[in-house]
Structure formats: C-alpha cells, structure tokens
Ligand binder design. Structure first.
Ligand code: CA2
Length: 149
C-alpha cells in the first residue's frame, strides 16, 4: 500500500456551503471530500478539518512520518501561523497550498501567506474544483518523488 496524501483543512471550513456562496460556492466539505476520493480512484487519502492550530500541526507531523504529499487549505491560519509554516518546512515531499477563492483578488490582509514560501505549488480561485485538481496534480508529483513509496 502506498503512503496516503494528506488533505488538511483549517478553521471554519467545516461550515463550507452554508454562507458566502458568492465567494466559496455551495458545495459542502463532505462533498469536497467525496470529489477528492473520486479523483484518486482508490489511492489512499487522509482528509481532515480542524478549527485548532495545534491539531493541524499534529497532522502535519503525522504526514511527515506517514504521508506522501500534503494538500493544505490553512484558511485564516494562512495569514497568521508561523507554527504551521515551520511544521510544513519539515515535510520532505510535495506540498500544495490550496484556496477556494483567489486570495490575491481580495483585501490586502489576505495577500501575505506564511505557507506559500514553503509550498511546492499554489492553487487559488478555482472554487472547490481546486481540490480534485490538486489531488490529481499531487498524484502525479508523488509518483515522481521518492517520498511517495
Ligand atoms: O479561499 C479559501 O479557501 C480560504 O482559505 C478560505 C478562508 C479565508 O480566510 C482565506 O482567505 C481563503 C476562510 C474560510 C471560511 O470558511 C467558510 C465557512 C463557511 C462558508 C464559507 C467559508
């Protein structure tokens, strides 16, 4: 069995699909998870969401030991968390930073990401469709990376 891709979601994303549909769409996080599982067609993924910074850091540590790649939508922690940045720095495989909205089209407080400098790639502005796109790209990246085996 190959190592799983970790898909980690930050604060408030458990409420996806319930407000601001003009920015984030009407798809729920459960539906996003289903779209990721469909995109990997059987390859293992770990899909999680937390409103707690420490829990996301613990999951990044778990991915360091057990994962092939990390896709992370850190939500508001994108703009605040040096601790998540430091944890991601320790991950030896590919990292995709993912945002549903295009953070660079939004207010200046959404422009400075702590995660971007340690990410392999960034996806933003594709809506929730960005998740299956990220998963397919990650499958391709881990197949070329020694961490994926
Ligand atoms: O566009 C993204 O994916 C974001 O990471 C979402 C964050 C925001 O702070 C980032 O700037 C961009 C906010 C997530 C809020 O969660 C929601 C909850 C319910 C409905 C919609 C969003």
């Amino acid at each position: 069995m190959s190592k799983p891709i970790y898909i980690l979601n930050g604060p408030n994303l458990n409420r996806l699909g319930t407000r601001e549909p003009e920015i984030y769409g009407s798809t729920t996080l459960a539906e996003v998870e289903a779209s990721c599982r469909e995109a990997v067609s059987g390859s293992p993924i770990v899909f999680r969401q937390s409103n707690r910074e420490y829990e996301i850091i613990e999951w990044i540590h778990e991915a360091i030991d057990q994962g092939s790649g990390i896709i992370i939508n850190p939500a508001a922690f994108t703009f605040t968390s040096m601790a998540i940045m430091d944890a991601l720095k320790m991950f030896p495989g590919p990292i995709i930073e993912l945002h549903i909205s295009n953070i660079h089209r939004r207010e200046p407080i959404y422009h400075k990401s702590y995660v971007s400098p340690v990410a392999t790639a960034i996806i933003a502005g594709l809506g929730t469709y960005g998740y299956p796109v990220a998963v397919r790209s990650m499958l391709d990246m881990v197949s070329k990376s020694s961490v994926g085996t």
